[in-house]
Design a binder for this molecule. Structure first.
Ligand code: TRP
Length: 372
């Protein structure tokens, strides 16, 4: 079997073990978990792997300046995977006082989806409004678009000097040059927080989905090559598991709207999506009452585990009621829907008030390229 991760596909990675065995990813053990602080994403092993995150944590705990850096393609609405990364950076910002850099990856969106820069602006504003509503502190965050950040664009040119086509092909297969340019741009995103304009070299943590590991490996190989020229420290990363599509098949994808929930879904849409979601139910009600159902197969269970139940007690109760056959899947879905709706109502209410602020935060700062 060919072992590879392709950041531009929507295939579900079924087995993460080879990442540890063959690609040098590290598991998040109890020591590191304790130092990262309390969060369900760590407690439930959803953020499961890392590269040198302990180095970042040690620097932060020693009082050194640190940054947290991640990004999103502005190709659509915020989905639950983006929410997961958002919750993690918000927690890191609070836990370690790090400055957050958040890239709107419009260069990558153009490369990947042909979305023109000017056509992704509304998505970008919408995404930033979600981040604010989830609790990201704008006073300690730098938001920017790749196409407007000259520091990032210049780094991409500089990094190209020590990058060969062979390296890119080995990592990503045969791709057109705009995707390779997006890779160099993402390396620019990740390493820019260490430029003098942003306070010079520092430890940077990049929380991402596991599909981004090729970009992380590439960037970590690149940084030492520019140690003398730019003084860059090797960045650290954490990796989260993928959430399945609601059908249970592939990972959630913006390319398939019914496969995933977005933070803009209205009540009717939520209901429809949940009604269609895969469960671990039995063939008949009688059988389910008799032998119980299978939460491990159930996407709704995973939904609550990954995203909507913070309290382990709620999750344990859901699991017990499933296994014992006490609840049938329809009854169970109705309970979860009520809980999810309450989150959405609160979130969407906050978000509506933050849109103007999001618009303002995406105004082009000095040293960045002006928007037409
Ligand atoms: N490639 C990421 C994605 O597809 C988005 C991204 C762009 C990013 N620049 C980044 C992620 C820098 C982490 C760090 O989702």
């Amino acid at each position: 079997m060919k072992k590879e991760i392709n950041p531009w596909s929507n295939e579900l990675v079924k087995d993460y073990d080879y990442l540890f065995q063959d690609f040098g990813m590290q598991r998040i053990g109890p020591d590191l978990r304790a130092k990262l602080g309390e969060h369900r994403l760590y407690r439930r092993g959803i953020v499961f792997g890392h590269r040198d995150a302990d180095v970042f944590v040690a620097a932060a705990l020693a009082g050194k300046p640190t940054a947290v850096m991640t990004g999103i393609k502005p190709s659509g609405e915020f989905h639950l995977g983006s929410k997961m990364t958002a919750e993690q950076i918000i927690h890191l910002q609070k836990q370690f006082g790090s400055t957050v850099f958040y890239a709107i990856a419009d260069v990558e969106s153009y490369a990947d989806n042909g979305l023109r820069f000017e056509d992704s602006h509304q998505n970008a504003v919408d995404n930033v409004a979600d981040l604010l509503a989830l609790g990201l502190d704008p006073k300690k965050t730098v938001f920017y678009k790749q196409s407007e950040n000259m520091h990032v664009a210049n780094l991409a040119s500089i990094f190209a000097r020590k990058t060969t086509l062979n390296t890119l092909e080995a990592l990503y297969g045969h791709q057109n040059l705009s995707l390779y340019l997006a890779v160099l741009t993402q390396a620019g995103d990740i390493l820019a927080p260490q430029l003098d304009v942003f306070g010079g070299p520092k430890n940077v943590l990049v929380p991402v989905g596991v599909d981004q590991d090729p970009h992380i490996r590439f960037t970590r190989d690149l940084a030492p090559k520019f140690k003398e020229e730019l003084g860059l420290l090797t960045p650290s990363a954490t990796f989260h598991r993928f959430f399945r599509a609601l059908s249970g098949q592939t990972k959630m994808s913006k390319r398939d709207p019914l496969s995933m929930m977005t933070l803009n879904d209205d009540e009717a849409l939520l209901k429809k999506k949940l009604a269609n979601a895969l469960t671990g139910g039995r063939a008949t009600a009688e059988e389910q009452r008799r032998i119980g159902a299978e939460p491990d197969k159930c996407v709704v269970f995973e939904l609550m585990q990954f995203h909507f139940y913070d309290d382990d007690k709620d999750l344990a109760e859901m699991e017990a009621d499933c296994r014992s056959g006490k609840l049938l899947c329809g009854e169970c879905k109705a309970i979860r829907l009520k809980h999810i709706r309450a989150f959405y109502k609160k979130h969407q209410g906050k978000k509506a008030k933050l849109r103007a602020k999001a618009e303002k935060l995406l105004e082009v700062p000095i040293g960045f390229r002006k928007r037409k």
